[in-house]
Design a protein around this ligand. Structure first.
Ligand code: 5GP
Ligand code: ZN
Length: 114
C-alpha cells in the first residue's frame, strides 16, 4: 500500500536503518523510543492490525514473534526480560495502521500500561 508509512519503510523508501530484514519482516528502532531498547517488528505484507490476522497468517505471526525473541537476545534482554506489545485499534492506542510488534526493554516497566 503506497500511502502506508510502514510499507514504505519496508520497501526501503525512507532510508530507515533496519536492525533486521528477511523475506517476511523488517525491524527498526522506534522514532520515539519509550524504553532504552524500542524496536518495531513489521511484516512486509500490509496487514492493518492484529484484528485483521487470520489463520492464513499463523506462520507470519510466529515469525514476527521469533524475530522479536532473536532481537531481544541480540540486545542482551533475554535474562532481564522485555515487553512485547501489539496496540490494536483506537482504544488499543494504535497510531500506524500496519501491523507491528513493539519490543521494549532495558528498564523495568510498570503494569498496567495506562
Ligand atoms: P502504535 O502507536 O501504532 O502502536 O506504534 C506506532 C509507532 O511507530 C510509534 O511508537 C511511533 O513512535 C512509531 N513511528 C511513527 N512514525 C515513525 C517513523 O517514521 N519511523 C519510525 N522509526 N517509527 C515511527
Ligand atoms: Zn502497510
Amino acid at each position: 500500500v503506497i500511502d502506508c508509512l510502514f510499507c514504505r519503510i519496508a520497501a526501503g523508501e525512507l532510508n530507515t536503518h533496519l536492525a533486521h530484514q528477511d523475506e517476511q519482516v523488517v525491524a527498526f528502532a522506534d522514532i520515539n523510543p519509550q524504553a532504552p531498547t524500542h524496536l518495531l517488528i513489521v511484516p512486509r505484507l500490509h496487514i492493518e492490525s492484529a484484528a485483521h490476522l487470520s489463520a492464513a497468517d499463523d506462520g507470519l505471526w510466529a515469525h514476527m514473534l521469533h524475530t522479536a525473541q532473536s532481537l531481544a537476545g541480540a540486545a542482551s534482554l533475554d535474562t532481564a526480560g522485555y515487553r512485547l506489545v501489539v496496540n490494536t485499534g483506537d482504544h488499543g492506542g494504535q497510531t500506524v495502521p500496519h501491523l507491528h510488534l513493539h519490543l521494549l526493554g532495558g528498564r523495568a516497566m510498570g503494569w498496567p500500561p495506562g
